[in-house]
Design a protein around this ligand. Structure first.
Ligand SMILES: [Zn+2]
Length: 141
């Protein structure tokens, strides 16, 4: 199976992600499952499996993108804390989950996980609005 961050036609990608657009070193996606409102993934624009495989420029650039996106998440959705996760057992392409956490709501005070947790889906109009909010905030064309 193709890598869903490298292949825009990948079926799993179509099922779980919506592309917002490209940043200098990464591509921003919102997750269709919005059980943490505003949740996004920042995926490196080059296929690398492990963080230590990134060049210095990629590493610095990727983290600069993560910083810009995390600021956008905070300003748009006002979470009490952001969680950041790099896993990749299922999709071994360096990507970071940025998960807004809200005090006393889902998984507050704990790490985030999806297994066994009911998915929260938005309407197509709401997804489109969220994509536009991120584009505007980050200056993505
Ligand atoms: Zn890839």
């Amino acid at each position: 199976m193709s890598c869903m961050y490298c292949d825009p036609q990948n079926e799993n990608r179509k099922n779980i992600l919506i592309e917002v657009g490209r940043l200098p070193h990464s591509t921003l996606f919102i997750l269709k499952n919005q059980n943490h409102l505003g949740r996004v993934v920042v995926a490196l624009n080059t296929h690398r499996q492990e963080v230590y495989e990134l060049t210095e420029e990629e590493r610095n650039g990727f983290f600069a993108d993560v910083a810009a996106v995390s600021k956008a998440v905070s300003e748009l959705f006002h979470p009490d804390k952001l969680n950041y996760g790099i896993f990749g057992d299922g999709v071994p392409h360096v990507h970071m989950h940025i998960v807004p956490k809200y005090k006393d709501q889902l998984q507050w005070g704990n790490f985030f996980w999806d297994k066994g947790i009911e998915e929260v889906k938005l309407t197509d109009e709401q997804y489109a609005q969220m994509v536009q909010q991120y584009k505007d905030k980050l200056g993505i064309k």
